[in-house]
Design a binder for this molecule. Sequence first.
Ligand SMILES: [Zn+2]
Length: 313
Amino acid sequence: MRTVIRECNDMNCALCGRVNLPVAHRLPDGVLSYCAACGALFSNRAGDAGSITAYYNGAYQVDHDSLKDRMQRKAATILARLERATPGRRLLEVGSSYGEFLVEARKRDWEVTGVEIAQEAVAYARGHYQLDVRAGGLGTVTFGQKETFDAIVLLHVIEHLPDPLATLRMIHRLLAPNGVLYLATPNLASLEYRLLRSWWLWVDPRAHLCLYSPQAITSVLNRAGFRVSELFSQRGDSLGLLAGVLILPWRWYARTVRNPSDRRVTQSRDQGKKLIPRLTRPFDHYSRPIRRLADHWMLGPELVCMAMRSPWD
Ligand SMILES: [Zn+2]
C-alpha cells in the first residue's frame, strides 16, 4: 500500500488555512502539527483518499464485541437527545461501522441509513441486520436528489476525516431545515491530553487526522454553515485517565518495539485495552467527582456537539 505523506513543514491548517504549522509531536507513525489559532492538532498522514480507504479495509480494526456492548448502553442517551431536538424520524449515520447504533435507532422507530468505508463492516451490517448501509465515503455514495435527514450522527468519525470542512458541507446539504447534527470526538483540551500528551490513546496519527478543542469544533461547524446548540465534554468512549496511564507499556511497545503498521501491534494494544479497564473499574466510582468537575470545565476526554443549520444560511 502506497501512502502519500505531506512533509511537516508543508502542513497547513485544514480549518483556517494557516501555513507552516509548528510540529507538536514527532512519532514513529506520523508527525502532528498544532494550529494555535484554531486549537486543533493535525496529522501529516492525511494522504490521498485511496490510501485511507485501504487503511480502513486493512490495518485499522475495531473490536466488534466491545463496540456492541458499549453501543447498546450509549445509544439510548444519544437517541433521547435527538428525539428532544427534532420531531423527524429519518436518521443518517456517517461511519456506521457494523451497524450497532443504527440497530438501536431502528428499535425506537427511526428510519435508518448508514454510510461506511470499511467493506467488512458494510457486509456485516447488511447481512446480519438488513440495514441500508451505503459503501464508501460520504463524497462517493449516492443520495437521491431530494433525500434529506432529520438527524445526522458522527460518532468518533470527524477525527478520521482528511477534509473535515468539505464533509461537513456535504452533511449540511443532507440535513433537513430543522434537522440536527450530533457528533462525538476526542477533546484536545481534555485533562488526559494535557497530562499524557502524545501518549494519550487517542493520539494516533494514522487514524486520527485531526483532534479538536471545543473552540476548533465550533469554528469548523460555523464555517460549514452550522450553529452549535449544545457542546459539552464527557468520559464517553475513553478508558479514563488511570487506564490511560496503566496502558503506557502497551503504547511504548507499539511505538518502539514493532513496526507501527504491523497488525500485531493493534492486536497487542487491544489486549491491553481489554485488560486495563478491568483493573481500573473498581476505582471508577471514586473518581466520579473528579470526572464531574472535569466535564464541568470542558476537560473531559470526549467532546459532544449538537448543531443545527444556521437560520441565515
Ligand atoms: Zn487553524
